[in-house]
Design a protein around this ligand. Structure first.
Ligand code: CTP
Ligand code: A1H0Z
Length: 411
């Protein structure tokens, strides 16, 4: 049963120029782990099954860019609408699509409740969306709020402090917000040009023009808006951190290799979720397919062959078919194992060059391939080497540095 018994759609204003962030590219199109920021907010709405339509409002010159993002990342239920010179005007244009069925490509059903969410707020979960929509159904409007970090003060004409507000009594207005469609649409229809050109608060419009006191819903800390360059760095770091929380260790069926897989599993499991499987990569293993379709973007492939791109190529082919690399860079660590008392592992320049070439090829498919050598003389020194390999693995999956692809690290 759907958690929301109402038709719900979303409007994502993405028509700004990002002046405070600086740079030529508007912040909503800046890349995070290779994917434009706007795509994360769209994806967040897409993941919610009870949101029918997603309207992304962009400036006229970015309409084609937005359409190519939708196609490249396979976004569904998305309609692109032309923005206005201010955020309120963009939001109003987004709402008009429903009220006047302006969309050229298909009839868009007017929702009972409409979510408004800045496209530069990438971390929004279904839980807060459900809360604001449910509250909007009861109150007419609702919005996420957060505690103020700095105190709000007022300046006098002389540029000196006039008075300060008691911080505990006030909150920061964040997003998402939700409204009964008719309320917010009527509010925008009555708006003065001054409101449309200088206002920043949709909840205020509902109060001013429709006497609707929005329900305020405590939001989580990650609802913040990307405004300055530091926010982009913070968002990239959070995405990388989320991506590095799960590893799949793949070994073949040889006992020595499977044993190292087990030791690596034991060494890593205190830091991240680890799944270890022993299979022959030549099989189209359903278990591996399930892992691909999950949230795992990090793979350790252990073998005792001196050079195993054939096997890795099979893994790459499986990854490609599973569509995983499309949304995030996948880390694939090729672990070469050499446990031998007398023969030290040797890998020629030609093979190292082959690994680098292979890594450059698959980088185009959003897969980052790194080499890692586990070499020791006997099983007594194996544990220490495995612990070193685990530390290098964590460094690689956290950093996801494209400059290190094809390099061979030694544990
Ligand atoms: N004419 C505008 C201005 C802003 N926005 C969108 O409203 C959201 C929040 O606005 P803000 O953070 O102020 O974005 P910008 O206006 O781009 O930033 P700046 O003020 O630094 O230029 C952003 O997703 C932005 O793209 C919009 O759709 N249309
Ligand atoms: O004012 P800006 O254009 O930076 O961003 C809009 C924000 O004000 C807005 O997203 C929240 O405060 C909720 O209304």
């Amino acid at each position: 049963m759907e958690p929301v018994s109402a038709a719900v759609s979303a409007v994502l204003p993405a028509g700004g120029s990002g002046e405070r962030l600086g740079g030529a590219t508007p912040k909503q199109f800046c890349g995070l782990q290779g994917r434009p920021l706007v795509s994360y907010a769209v994806r967040a709405m897409e993941r919610v099954s009870w949101i029918s339509d997603i309207i992304v409002v962009v400036s006229p010159e970015n309409i084609e860019t937005m359409k190519s993002i939708i196609e490249k990342y396979g976004h569904k239920r998305v309609t692109v609408v032309k923005g206005g010179i201010t955020r309120h005007r963009s939001i109003f244009n987004g709402l008009k699509v429903f009220a006047e069925n302006q969309s050229s490509n298909r009839l868009l059903q007017k929702p009972e409740v409409v979510i408004i969410h800045d496209a530069v707020r990438p971390f929004v979960e279904e839980d807060i969306l459900l809360k604001v929509v449910t509250a909007a159904k009861d109150h007419g409007a609702a919005g996420a709020i957060r505690p103020l970090v700095s105190t709000v003060i007022a300046s006098g004409e002389d540029g000196c402090l006039d008075h300060s507000l008691e911080r505990a009594r006030y909150r920061a207005s964040e997003m998402p917000q939700a409204f009964l469609f008719d309320i917010i649409y009527q509010a925008y229809q009555q708006c003065t040009d001054h409101d449309l050109d200088y206002g920043t608060e949709c909840l205020h419009l509902a109060l001013k023009y429709c006497k609707t006191n929005a329900k305020l819903v405590e939001g989580t800390a990650d609802l913040w808006k990307v405004t300055y360059k530091r926010d982009l760095y913070a968002a990239e770091s959070i995405i990388k951190d989320n991506l590095s929380q799960q590893i799949c260790i793949i070994t073949d069926l040889k006992e020595a290799v499977a044993q190292v897989g087990f030791l690596l599993h034991e060494s890593l499991k205190s830091q991240v979720k680890v799944e270890a499987i022993s299979i022959s990569l030549s099989k189209n293993d359903s278990h591996l397919q399930n892992i691909f379709s999950g949230e795992c973007y990090n793979f350790l492939c252990i073998n005792d062959k001196e050079y195993a791109t054939e096997e890795i190529q099979q893994l790459v082919d499986m990854l490609e078919k599973s569509n995983i690399p499309l949304l995030y860079p996948v880390v694939l660590i090729l672990v070469h194992l050499s446990i031998s008392e007398n023969i030290s592992f040797s890998i020629g320049l030609e093979e190292l060059t082959k690994i680098k070439k292979f890594a450059r090829e698959v980088k185009k498919k959003n897969i980052l391939v790194y080499g890692l050598l586990i070499q020791c003389k006997d099983h007594f020194s194996l544990q220490e080497t495995v612990n070193s390999a685990a530390a290098l693995t964590m460094a690689l999956i956290k950093d996801r540095n494209p400059e290190l692809i094809g390099q061979l690290l030694v544990a």
